[in-house]
Design a protein around this ligand. Structure first.
Ligand SMILES: Cc1cc2nc3c(=O)[nH]c(=O)nc-3n(C[C@H](O)[C@H](O)[C@H](O)COP(=O)(O)OP(=O)(O)OC[C@H]3O[C@@H](n4cnc5c(N)ncnc54)[C@H](O)[C@@H]3O)c2cc1C
Length: 540
């Protein structure tokens, strides 16, 4: 029995008839082309056909935007047990220790593979240069292009995947829903401009759709991160876990009117200070590791300082650091700041927290098996057990590599053992009312989207409490009443429906956890409650 049940409404977001849409057959369908999806693709036997769909260009993913790097024990003075201990300590009692050990032990091999695929990491004296990030007790974060690690890794992964003849990539192809028949996932309904709605039948489906940052007004995530995978899996009946845990990154560039650029933790790893608007360096008041305390503590501290000083942001100060080091290590951030007339090495940089990493997601085993037969999942869309209640920085690219590889291996093995069958199963868009009862959408989606993300930021954000959560749930249910009965015909409409569903799941999960743990902070229950040191499961 799940802890929480939320009715997802219609099983499928749109009406479709198998008689009226094009069909495509493949051995493995991979939904998502970030680090998890591309890494999975590399493991599928070349004799099997693979289709990888991405909703935007292949270069648009959270993975591409990753800055700081990937954590792995590469220094002989470091130890995998210490990496595991740091991860478990950040996770505040909810990490699955077997998973943590498995991931940290695999980490060095996964990095060496990236190098074989062509990724070039920054070097120091001929060895991979390593930096330190919050919560890590050792320098173990490998980086590339200074502060654009994701761009370099994804360049290499995309080249490697596109070189594989057996793998077709469909860009700008939106997955509307997973198709299920008798409890088994048999493919997906996708949409693109060339073919409209299309059914892709697959022997195995890997979901690797990434995160949910766009649920919140303030976020580091690019536009693709609208929680589609969480929503489509939930509608298909999957069990999700720990949906209350959204990690807020402490330092996001705050300049009204500009995109919210992340300022990597590695800046603090190189000894940058955090000052409030009065110039006071406040982090030592909150944590013994000062600016390198765990992300949840730093985000909470910043929020408190903003409240205390009645100022909309705090400031990162690098003015005491060697200018050459700042330029060499953070060329991209320096360039972004320069666009707004700020010099990273000489000015105080305005920052505040923003939604960053979705810890909750599909419950998966160590081999990426979900609760739906035929559906595997990897990367940020899952709750693998690695992060517990708080993710340690630079562990998530690693998670994408480790679990992406495992998903690819298992999908390849399973699909390889299944015979071809080129017949369409009579799946229908059950649940839709007759057309005359279904209103075609005429809503200002922009307005609704802004209202949703503002409310999530206010009421389901960094600091939560019962009254605000109750009010959020009522508001979400109100929106749901008129939105769920409509059929949308655009990606914006489907994205809004997905965000609304996942917001309902997140708010319900946040209501149910009446304690503060990791990234989930309740002002009405400020302490961790040992009796609640367990996962929250949610399903329809
Ligand atoms: C600014 C920023 C900096 C970060 N820095 C770091 C870092 O330094 N180190 C670290 O470890 N982690 C970092 N992270 C987190 C890390 O980048 C992500 O957790 C990780 O890359 C997620 O990989 P993924 O493959 O699961 O998802 P993504 O890389 O987000 O890929 C998702 C894919 O799914 C596709 N997709 C989504 N919905 C649909 C749909 N409906 N139909 C079809 N396709 C769909 C997208 O098009 C995309 O191809 C950072 C994140 C951000 C935003």
């Amino acid at each position: 029995m799940p802890d929480i049940q939320v009715n997802p409404g219609q099983r499928y977001l749109v009406r479709f008839s198998p008689k009226r849409v094009p069909h495509m057959f493949t051995d493995v369908l991979i939904i998502g082309g970030g680090i998890a999806g591309t890494r999975a693709a590399m493991e599928i036997a070349p004799s099997l056909s693979v289709i990888m769909v991405t909703k935007d260009k292949l270069t648009q993913s959270n993975s591409t935007y990753a800055q700081g790097g990937i954590a792995a024990v590469l220094d002989p003075l470091d130890d995998v047990e210490i990496h595991a201990a740091d991860t478990i300590s950040a996770g505040k009692g909810l990490c699955d220790e077997d998973i943590v050990n498995m991931v940290v032990r695999e980490a060095p091999d996964r990095i060496r593979e990236l190098i074989q695929y062509g990724a070039e990491f920054d070097k120091e004296d001929g060895e991979i240069a390593l930096t330190r990030e919050g919560g890590h007790t050792h320098r173990r974060v490998a980086h590339a292009l200074g502060d654009a690690t994701g761009r370099e890794i994804m360049r290499a992964m995309i080249e490697a995947v596109t070189d594989r003849e057996s793998c077709e990539t469909w860009e700008k192809t939106f997955t509307i829903d997973l198709l299920t028949h008798e409890g088994r996932c048999v493919g997906a309904l996708v949409w693109n401009e060339q073919h409209g709605k299309t059914i892709v039948w697959a022997k195995q489906v890997i979901l690797a759709t990434g995160g949910a940052g766009r649920l919140f007004r303030e976020t580091t995530n690019p536009e693709i991160a609208t929680a589609d995978g969480h929503a489509i899996a939930y509608r298909a009946g999957a069990v999700l876990r720990d949906m209350e845990f959204m990690q807020f990154h402490p330092t996001v560039l705050y300049i009204a009117g500009s995109a919210r650029h992340l300022i990597t933790e590695a800046v603090r790893g190189e000894d940058a200070f955090l000052l409030n608007s009065t110039g006071h360096r406040f982090m030592p008041d909150y944590h013994e590791l000062g600016e390198l305390g765990p992300r949840d503590i730093v985000s909470q501290a910043i929020t408190e300082e903003m409240e205390k000083t009645q100022h909309p942001c705090v400031y990162l100060d690098l003015t005491h650091l060697d200018e050459a080091l700042v330029t060499e290590r953070f060329p991209n951030i320096r360039e972004v700041c320069a666009r707004f007339g700020l010099d990273l090495a000489r000015d105080r940089i305005p920052v505040r927290p923003g939604a960053h990493y979705m810890i909750g997601g599909l419950a998966v085993t160590k081999d990426t098996v979900t609760s739906i037969d035929g559906l595997l999942a990897a990367g940020e869309v899952t709750a693998s057990g690695l992060h517990g209640a708080n993710r340690l920085g630079s562990n998530s690219l690693l998670e994408g590599l480790v679990f992406g590889r495992r998903a690819g291996l298992l999908a390849s093995e399973k699909a390889g053992a299944m015979p071809d069958s080129f017949s369409a199963i009579p799946i229908h868009d059950d649940g839709w009312f007759p057309p005359e009862q279904t209103t075609v959408a005429e809503l200002d989606l922009n307005d609704l989207g802004n209202s949703l993300s503002s409310m999530m930021w206010r009421s389901v954000g960094i600091r939560r409490k019962a009254e605000a959560l109750d009010q959020a749930v009522r508001q979400l249910e109100f929106w749901n009443r008129f939105v769920s009965q409509r059929e949308f015909h655009t990606t914006e409409g489907w994205e809004f429906q997905n965000k609304l569903l996942v917001a309902r799941l997140m708010a319900a999960a946040a209501q149910s956890r009446t304690e503060s743990r990791g990234v989930h902070s309740r002002t009405d229950f400020p302490q961790a409650d040992p009796t609640q040191a367990r996962h929250t499961t949610i399903s329809s």
